[in-house]
Design a protein around this ligand. Sequence first.
Ligand code: NAD
Length: 296
Amino acid sequence: MTSLVPQIQKVGVVGAGQMGNGIAHVFALTGYNVVLSDLEQSALDAAMETIRGNLGRQVRKEMISEAECEAALARIQCATDLDAFSDVNLVVEAAAEREDLKKKIFASLLPIVPESAILTSNTSSISITRLASSTDRPEKFMGLHFMNPVPVMRLVELIRGIATDEATYSTMKAVVASLGKEAASAEDFPAFIVNRVLVPMINEAVYTLYEGVGTVESIDKAMKLGANHPMGPLELADFIGLDTCLAIMNVLHDGLADTKYRPCPLMVKYVEAGWLGRKAGRGFYDYRGAEPVPTR
Ligand code: NAD
């Protein structure tokens, strides 16, 4: 494994959902100390259980040793209080995909984190320049966009805001390399690269379902066998979270003002129903039984 970036001793991760727990996992396994925060202790307990399970799987596959697994777990501190961020060198914000929420989180962090700390957001689509300009250090602010599931996926998108300085960019590039991942740089435009291409495809798959062109099963089968995608688009939407997919479509629609990004009304309906995908137990598939069953 590559060596740690010396100026980063402790990483603060905000939000312990599916992305936050994966981000804490990879930083801790690399050797960084991590503080992982969420609103409720129950979310942190669930995140630690997931991290323990995922590290255990890596041990069983002989990718890491039992000792490395234990050492990684020991490096993660959980906190419901942002005071634990007083000595972090890097913040990775991974709370829900809402601009107001993210700005509020950074505003609460600013009086606590050291002046030298780099601030990053794992946002899938929101303007890094806008988030950065709401802080006291736009030059030390970047987009650090991990892919889901974080321990498995090799790519991290690096997004510079208009004010991000070179030192911050090169430090974050080195951090990504230290995690054993590859960086791709994207300009700060709505949804960057991966989601600019991927999420409109998912939205189109939902339109295909909405218009009755195919069933959930036939759409996923068609794209798996016909386009060699490892997951069908509806299965992938459930995996990402339909709330996140909808938030990204809204950012594209608002930010690029093009009707081709209009979110499918069926996706809106699923989100309104709380059928957010895997994390809610139900989305385009119902995950509550032994096998996923299409919901339409
Ligand atoms: P999630 O719903 O699984 O988790 C979000 C977590 O944030 C929840 O545990 C919630 O309790 C917590 N949270 C909300 N407000 C908070 C606050 N004020 N302080 C601390 N924690 C708070 O969502 P997710 O899928 O992990 O997505 C998180 C971020 O990562 C979003 O910005 C999303 O766009 C981005 N992202 C998601 C994916 C994906 O595939 N799901 C991929 C890349 C990036």
